[in-house]
Design a protein around this ligand. Structure first.
Ligand SMILES: [Fe+2]
Length: 492
C-alpha cells in the first residue's frame, strides 16, 4: 500500500475545504474591468492549508500557513503563493507526513518535534520596520521575503527583544507615531495567565513592555488600542489542559464564566490594569476603539455564545448557531467612575457577521468607518449550493459609517461567498474610508476564487475590477495591504 499522502473522506477535506497545496506563480492575471491606477502595492493574505493529512481528528485552523500575494502594478496584477516554511512545516516536509497532533496541543505531538516551534503562521500577515511578518498567536512571528515569499526567519523574536513565548496575530499601528503594538497571551507557556504588552518603533526597537495577568487563561485573539490605553476582552474560550491531555484541541467553551474587559495605560508597568465584568459573550475581532474624555469605547463583532463550531463546549452541550451570530457591539466604560464594576454594551446595527476591519490608519484614534463580511439570510441562495454546503456562507461586504449609523452593502451573488475584506486608502492623504475595498470571494460552483475591487464609498455599485483566478486559493483568515511606497510594487 502506498504511504503517499491522501486526505480521505473526512468532511473537512471535501469540496471547497479540500487542501489546495499547490504553490502558484501567475503573471498578468486575467482582469475584468479596470484596476484603478492608484492601486499600487501588495495584498498579502494567509490561511491554513494542510500540508499532510493530520494524525488525529483536527480542525481547519491547524493547517500550515499558506501565504498569497496579489501584486498590483500599473493596472496589472501578478500572483504568487507559497507555504510558510515554519520549523513545523520543514520537519514535516523532511518526514513526509504529519508529526504534530491536534490543534495547539503539544501532548499529541511526536517527541522528535518537542524542541521546535509549533507555530503554523496561518492567521495574519503584517508589515513593520522593514519586515513582512506572518503570524500565529501561539508563537513568535515568521519573517518572509515580501517579493519571493521565501521564509527568512521562522522564529523572529524582534532581535531578542521578545520576552514572551508568543505574539499576537493582530498587531496594531499607532496612528500618530507609526509604532507597532502587540500583545502576547499564554506568554509564559501553555495555559499561563500571563499577558505581555509591547510597542516597537519604526526601526523595530522595543519602546514599551508591560506584563499583566488575566482572570483565566483562554483565547485572547485581538485587542484594542487608543492614544492612552490598551484594552482586551477575556472571553470564556478557555485553555483546557485536562482536555488537552486527553487528546482534545487547545480550547473549550465554558458557559459558566463571565467575560472581563481589561484596560491598562500605555507606557505604564501594567499595575494600573482595571477589570470590568460582563456576561457570557464571544467576541473575536476589534473593529475600532476610541477615547472620548474619560469614556473608552471598543467596537467588536460579538455573539452571545461560542462562535466556533469546531471548539467544543466544556459541558458537551450542542453548538448554538443562532447564539453564535455576531453583531457590531460597542463596549464602553467610564474610567472616571470607580464604582461601576462592569462594562456597557450597545448593539450598533442589525447586521450579522464576523471579521471586522477598519481603515488601518485609524487603529489608535477616533474612527468612523468599519467594514465586515455579513450574512443576509433573505438574499437569494443558489439551490445547488444550499444542497452542497453545511452552512450558509457570508454573502455581503458591509460598510458602517458610525456617525450616521448608516450601512451600505455589496451582495456577492447567490452562488458565491465572501472572505475577509481589506480597505486600501486611495492615497496616503485620502479621507477615512475613501479608497477601495478588496478581497477574495469564493465561486463555489466553479471551484475557484476571484479577487474583487470595490469603491469603498460605493459598495452597492459592485466591483470596479475582478481578478479572475483560474484555480481555488487557500482559505484566508486575514489579509494586509502594503502600499508600493513601503514595499516596491515590482512585477513578480
Ligand atoms: Fe483574527
Amino acid at each position: 500500500m502506498s504511504n503517499a499522502p491522501h486526505f480521505g473522506s473526512h468532511p473537512m477535506f471535501q469540496g471547497f475545504g479540500r487542501p489546495v497545496r499547490q504553490e502558484v506563480d501567475l503573471r498578468d492575471c486575467e482582469v475584468e474591468g479596470q484596476i484603478p491606477p492608484e492601486l499600487e502595492g501588495s495584498f498579502y493574505r494567509v490561511g491554513p492549508d494542510y500540508q499532510y493529512p493530520p494524525r488525529l481528528p483536527n480542525i481547519p485552523f491547524d493547517g500550515e500557513g499558506h501565504l498569497c500575494l496579489f501584486r498590483f502594478s500599473g493596472g496589472r496584477v501578478d500572483f504568487r503563493s507559497r507555504y510558510v516554511h515554519t520549523e513545523r512545516y520543514m520537519a514535516q516536509a523532511a518526514a513526509g507526513r504529519a508529526l504534530y497532533g491536534t490543534y495547539r496541543n503539544p501532548f499529541t505531538d511526536e517527541p522528535a518535534v518537542a524542541a521546535l516551534s509549533r507555530g503554523t503562521a496561518n492567521t495574519n500577515v503584517f508589515h513593520h520596520h522593514g519586515k513582512l511578518m506572518v503570524l500565529k498567536e501561539d508563537s513568535p512571528p515568521v519573517v518572509v521575503n515580501p517579493h519571493t515569499l521565501e521564509t527568512l526567519d521562522p522564529v523572529y523574536r524582534f532581535g531578542g527583544q521578545l520576552t514572551a513565548e508568543t505574539f499576537t496575530a493582530h498587531p496594531k499601528l499607532d496612528s500618530d507615531t507609526g509604532e507597532m503594538l502587540g500583545i502576547a497571551y499564554e506568554a509564559k507557556g501553555l495555559g499561563s495567565c500571563d499577558v505581555a504588552c509591547y510597542s516597537f518603533n519604526a526601526q523595530g526597537q522595543k519602546t514599551w513592555e508591560a506584563w499583566v495577568k488575566v482572570p483565566y487563561a483562554g483565547m485572547l485573539h485581538d485587542f484594542a488600542v487608543t492614544r492612552s490605553y490598551i484594552a482586551f476582552l477575556v472571553v470564556p474560550m478557555v485553555t483546557d489542559i485536562e482536555r488537552m491531555r486527553a487528546g482534545h484541541v487547545h480550547f473549550a467553551w465554558d458557559s459558566t464564566l463571565p467575560t472581563w474587559l481589561g484596560v491598562l495605560r500605555r507606557g505604564g508597568d501594567g499595575s494600573d490594569i482595571r477589570w470590568f465584568k460582563g456576561p457570557e459573550r464571544c467576541a473575536t475581532h476589534v473593529m475600532g476603539a476610541f477615547e472620548d474624555g474619560t469614556r473608552l469605547s471598543i467596537d467588536m463583532d460579538m455573539g452571545l455564545k461560542n462562535q466556533f463550531p469546531f471548539f467544543p463546549q466544556r459541558d458537551d452541550s450542542p453548538f448554538d448557531p443562532v447564539a453564535a451570530q455576531g453583531h457590531v457591539v460597542r463596549l464602553s466604560v467610564d474610567l472616571a467612575n470607580k464604582l461601576r464594576p462592569g462594562y456597557d454594551m450597545e448593539t450598533l446595527y442589525p447586521h450579522s457577521g464576523v471579521l471586522s476591519r477598519q481603515d488601518d490608519r485609524y487603529h489608535s484614534v477616533a474612527y468612523d468607518v468599519g467594514f465586515m463580511p455579513t450574512l443576509d439570510m433573505t438574499a437569494p441562495f443558489d439551490a445547488r449550493l444550499a444542497a452542497a454546503l453545511p452552512f450558509r456562507p457570508l454573502n455581503h461586504w458591509t460598510r458602517f459609517d458610525h456617525s450616521r449609523r448608516a450601512a451600505t452593502s455589496w451582495f456577492v451573488g447567490p452562488d458565491s461567498g465572501v472572505q475577509e475584506a481589506c480597505f486600501v486608502p486611495r492615497n496616503a492623504s485620502a479621507a477615512e474610508g475613501e479608497g477601495y475595498l478588496i478581497g477574495v470571494v469564493n465561486r463555489f460552483l466553479e471551484m475557484r476564487n476571484d479577487l474583487v475591487v470595490l469603491d469603498a464609498q460605493r459598495l452597492n455599485e459592485g466591483p470596479i475590477a475582478t481578478v479572475r483566478m483560474p484555480t481555488r486559493l487557500p482559505a484566508q483568515v486575514h489579509g494586509w495591504w502594503v502600499p508600493g511606497t513601503v514595499v516596491p510594487a515590482t512585477r513578480l
